[in-house]
Design a protein around this ligand. Structure first.
Ligand code: HEM
Length: 504
């Protein structure tokens, strides 16, 4: 009898323990962290990163899968490497992950976290995004700048033709940067960078260099942001460089605003209203901080477009058969007796496919900017603690062999006559991101790339410098915040239109 009682209680304790264990285990299994590499004390998984973090993350994802959790320094990170998981973060959990991490760049390039790019998800961000979308980057506004784009492209064609007359190679990296900087400068301040000095005594070259430097620094993995204990030491000197670039940039923006307020608009022949005029004339009065923040946000796009354009042209030169087909399309639709115009672009689908394929293989920003959740979140079965920085590896997603046939080859035909778009609705192609934090300059960026490449291919036959075969053109990339072509595209351009098209 006594034995039976003891057995009964042993059974109760045993079953009870099992139930307790299972009730603890199952939720913990269900809500565990995503897989990832080993996190070492203090440095976390920093050891696994290389000079090209997007490549290192893509390699780690082969082992740990498309959603990885790791600490970089002491900061929790979630790395997303396929379209399905990108949809989870950027669509299903978009609002939860719509904030930005607090990083040193936010203080400087983000003007104390007041630009759209760096501000936290909230009313300030909403207001600036709304102004950008409705006042600065709306379809109607972008169209109003068409004559300026046409003129700038005319100047570019003339300058390339002059190189050719002198038998010189053309440095297309420099030309692309000049084109996009001048163009954005005109939209913002109504004048090309190089002609503006005499109007306001500000040196735009210097201004652009400081913005470019800031953007480059912004994408550096800054140890002080990842291991806050190191912040006072600024071991890489990132903060020092940011501060110096910020001081220059702030000085220029402040002097431009001062002149505008005195009524000294930077005179241009056009009567198109520029961004600063628009911002100063809004019913909803904006303080100087907001105006400066929007100016900086709008400038940020110049670099990305120039990098994308250089890649697109490099790929076309690397594949002469693609150049031939694009030029045949142009000759058929536009002919050689007039210059291509923006209204022609919808009738040039092969050229559009080249742009899409360029963005798939060479997204200028290989990863989205960091997204952060302010509260704990759950993605599928995984528990993600508050303040985790999410990076979506756009570069790896565009090369996913499960989605893209021959992913490393440049094949515009995969987009020809399809309705795949770059707007962020297809999670396997995200060069502009997706969801609330998607790039607001998407339409302008695409348009400038499409129009510029089309103009370049209509006006010139392109080839590598003498002695280099097209197939031997160096197509390696180099990461410096953006994914650039490793060496500047230096090439030969031979005019293919009647002479009058090269005089602007
Ligand atoms: C080829 C051209 C461009 C590419 C590839 C590009 C790409 C991107 C990407 C990947 C993001 C981050 C999205 C995210 O964090 O999820 C972004 C954000 C942003 N882009 Fe662009 N961009 C381009 C052109 C432009 C232009 C022309 C402008 C402005 C005139 C611009 C303004 C911005 C701003 C303000 C943000 C921050 C959005 C926010 O945080 O809410 N971009 N861009």
């Amino acid at each position: 009898m006594e034995f039976q009682v003891i057995s009964f209680w042993l059974l109760v304790v045993g079953v009870g323990s099992l139930i307790l264990y299972l009730t603890w285990l199952i939720p913990n299994l269900k809500t565990s962290r995503p897989p990832g590499p080993r996190n070492w004390p203090i440095v976390g998984a920093l050891f696994y990163l290389s000079k090209s973090p997007h490549v290192a993350f893509a390699n780690l994802a082969k082992k740990f899968g498309p959603i990885m959790y790791m600490r970089l320094g002491s900061m929790p990170h979630l790395i997303i490497s396929n379209g399905e998981m990108a949809m989870e973060v950027l669509k299903v959990h978009d609002a939860e992950f719509a904030s930005r991490p607090i990083v040193t760049a936010g203080k400087y390039l983000g003007l104390n976290w007041s630009t759209i790019t760096f501000s936290h998800y909230g009313d300030h961000w909403r207001l600036l995004r709304k102004i950008a979308a409705t006042q600065l980057l709306s379809g109607a506004r972008i169209n109003s700048f068409e004559p300026l784009r046409q003129e700038d492209l005319g100047c570019m064609v003339e300058s390339i033709a002059k190189h050719n007359e002198g038998g010189k190679l053309v440095n297309m990296r420099q030309i692309c940067h000049e084109l996009t900087s001048n163009n954005l400068c005109r939209m913002l301040f109504g004048t090309r960078c190089e002609t503006s000095k005499e109007f306001i005594g500000t040196n735009f070259d210097d201004f652009f260099k400081s913005v470019e430097k800031m953007i480059q620094l912004m994408s550096t993995f800054n140890l002080s942001d990842l291991i806050p204990l190191l912040r006072p030491f600024d071991l890489q000197g990132v903060e020092k460089q940011m501060k110096s670039a910020f001081d220059k940039m702030e000085h220029h923006v402040a002097s431009i605003l001062k002149e505008y307020k005195k009524g000294n608009k930077m005179v241009d022949n056009s009567n198109v209203k520029d961004f600063v005029e628009i911002l100063l004339s809004l019913d909803e009065k904006l303080d100087d901080t907001k105006i400066k923040a929007l100016i900086v946000d709008m400038f940020g796009g110049a670099d990305t477009i120039a990098i994308g354009l250089e890649w697109a042209l490099a790929e076309v030169i690397h594949h002469p058969e693609i150049m031939k087909r694009a030029q045949e399309e142009l000759d058929r639709i536009v002919g050689r007796n007039r210059r291509v115009q923006e209204s022609d672009l919808p009738n040039l689908p092969y050229l559009h496919a080249i742009i899409q394929e360029t963005f798939r293989l060479h997204p200028p920003g290989p990863m989205t900017l960091g997204h952060v959740n302010v509260k704990d979140a759950q993605i599928l079965q995984y528990q993600i603690p508050a303040n985790t920085t999410v990076l979506v590896n756009v570069w790896a997603i565009g090369r996913d062999p499960k989605v893209w046939n021959k992913p490393l080859e440049f094949i515009p035909d995969r987009f020809f006559n399809t309705n795949i778009s770059l707007t962020g609705s297809n999670y396997n192609l995200l060069p502009f991101g997706s969801g609330r934090r998607r790039c607001p300059g998407l339409e302008l960026g695409q348009l400038m790339m499409h129009y510029s490449l089309t103009t370049l291919l209509q006006a010139f036959d392109w080839s590598p410098q003498v002695g280099v075969k097209p197939e031997d053109l160096n197509m390696e990339e180099f990461y410096r915040g953006f994914c650039e072509k490793a060496d500047p595209l230096t090439v030969v351009a031979k005019p293919r239109l009647p002479l009058q098209f090269y005089k602007h």
